[in-house]
Ligand binder design. Structure first.
Ligand SMILES: Cc1cc2nc3c(=O)[nH]c(=O)nc-3n(C[C@H](O)[C@H](O)[C@H](O)COP(=O)(O)OP(=O)(O)OC[C@H]3O[C@@H](n4cnc5c(N)ncnc54)[C@H](O)[C@@H]3O)c2cc1C
Length: 388
């Protein structure tokens, strides 16, 4: 890099004008419309349809969809900002929007042919929720050991099998489903299909009762001789593994964004509380022991934010980002867990009860180390890249 380019390089956390306006509009929306619903959504494990409608109206359900297809015409970085801001208030809404943008729309934009784009992108921008179905009971980390079968029959493929842990399963109308057309071919048999809710042979099964992100639905999908037209194959036959790897590599930057948003939310609650709560005749934030804990949390969030923004900006710049995305996910999710745990401690007894918001964030934080590749799998990716 020349001195000239270094002089003119933008600091990572300085937002462009359009990014600032977008971030602020999502932040204001989250505070005004989501904040009052957080506890109720957690208790009932459900996102109200009225809030989903508002998310579509806000434009965050079709961020990268081109304006010509009815979307917001934004960049991946905008999606990261939206997920971060929503997760600051409720990580369940963060992941709802994240899956729609960084997995489903991302895959359609990259692998959809013109017919698929014309048919589905306007729908996804205006009211259709998407889901991304790769995992099965026997294939989580080892995702390409999946056994959902797709048998060719004339101009359709017949899908049989079960998917597990599918985010947005309860709300989605469009599902990207990975199945194998030839188990003997290993990962080279994997193919991605677009399946619509209501297609004969397809049912959404059990909804999981979870520790955290409870408002985000996590469902089983059941395929019993579900006939999917060949026109609904996403990408090339036998290249579904590539679709899965490439979208998940990007998707995990979104999970990094969810986790820094969560950590920021938890720290905000802790700062407000410690400035108000008085013990030994002063605010507990006046004790140096508390100040240092808060300073350390702020330091960790700053570092995590840099890893997330860097990975997202590398992706938008068309540069390699595989290692950076893995680093941002594992690091941000660990920071989120530590900061949310600290927030519980700093609120004392109030940190442990549902009347205050931090116990929920503590529960929500755990998922960051599990989905879209567990922390061990991220370490495996990083190690493979740096050790060769
Ligand atoms: C709330 C939630 C939402 C989800 N949403 C989706 C979704 O929308 N779509 C979807 O397809 N999936 C989804 N998943 C599935 C998720 O991606 C998997 O749970 C995850 O990949 C881990 O798989 P597993 O649960 O089978 O754990 P396992 O793979 O059995 O892992 C168990 C433990 O073993 C470790 N481990 C496994 N293999 C290795 C190895 N080679 N080296 C070292 N350690 C290893 C793991 O790190 C982990 O600690 C979701 C899961 C949850 C809980």
């Amino acid at each position: 890099m020349t001195q000239d380019t270094i002089d003119h390089a933008q600091p990572l956390t300085v937002l462009a004008e359009d990014e600032t306006i977008f971030r602020d509009s999502v932040r204001d929306f989250a505070e005004a419309q989501i904040r009052p619903l957080v506890r109720e959504m957690d208790e009932h494990a459900k996102i109200p349809q009225s809030l989903i409608d508002q998310l579509f109206a806000l434009g965050v359900m079709g961020i990268e969809i081109p304006e010509a297809h009815g979307g917001a015409g934004g960049r991946f970085f905008h999606a990261v900002l939206a997920v971060e801001e929503l997760s600051r208030v409720d990580p369940s809404i963060g992941v709802f929007v994240d899956v729609q943008n960084t997995l489903v729309i991302n895959a359609l934009l990259r692998y959809g042919n013109d017919d698929i784009k014309r048919r589905w992108l306007p729908a996804l921008a205006s009211g259709t929720v998407g889901a991304y179905a790769l995992s099965e009971a026997g294939s989580g980390s080892d995702a390409f050991a999946l056994t959902t079968r797709a048998r060719e029959d004339g101009d359709v493929y017949v899908l049989t099998g079960r998917k597990l842990w599918i985010t947005n399963g309860n709300e989605a109308n469009l599902f990207i489903v990975f199945a194998t057309i030839n188990p003997d071919a290993g990962y080279r048999g994997i193919t991605a299909f677009l399946v619509e809710r209501g297609m004969p042979g397809f049912t959404v099964g059990k909804k999981e009762d979870k520790l955290g992100i409870r408002a985000s639905s996590t469902c089983e999908l059941v395929f019993e001789d579900c006939r999917v037209p060949k026109a609904q194959i996403l990408g090339d036959i036998g290249k579904g593994y590539k679709t899965a790897i490439e979208t998940l590599n990007e998707g995990r930057i979104g999970i990094g964004a969810q986790m820094i948003g969560l950590a920021r939310g938890a720290l905000g609650h802790a700062i407000r509380y410690t400035k108000e709560r008085r013990q030994f005749g002063k605010a507990i934030a006046d004790f140096q022991g508390v100040q240092f804990q808060i300073a350390r949390a702020a330091m960790e969030i700053e570092a995590a934010t840099l890893t997330v923004y860097n990975a997202a900006r590398l992706r938008d710049a068309g540069r390699p980002f595989l290692t950076e995305a893995a680093i941002c996910k594992i690091f941000s999710s660990e920071v989120a867990e530590r900061v949310a745990s600290l927030a519980v401690n700093l609120l004392g007894g109030n940190g442990f009860v549902k009347e205050y918001p931090v116990e929920k964030l503590f529960r929500d934080a755990k998922i960051g180390q599990i989905y879209e590749g567990t922390s061990n799998l991220q370490l495996q990716t990083i190690a493979k890249q740096i050790l060769g």
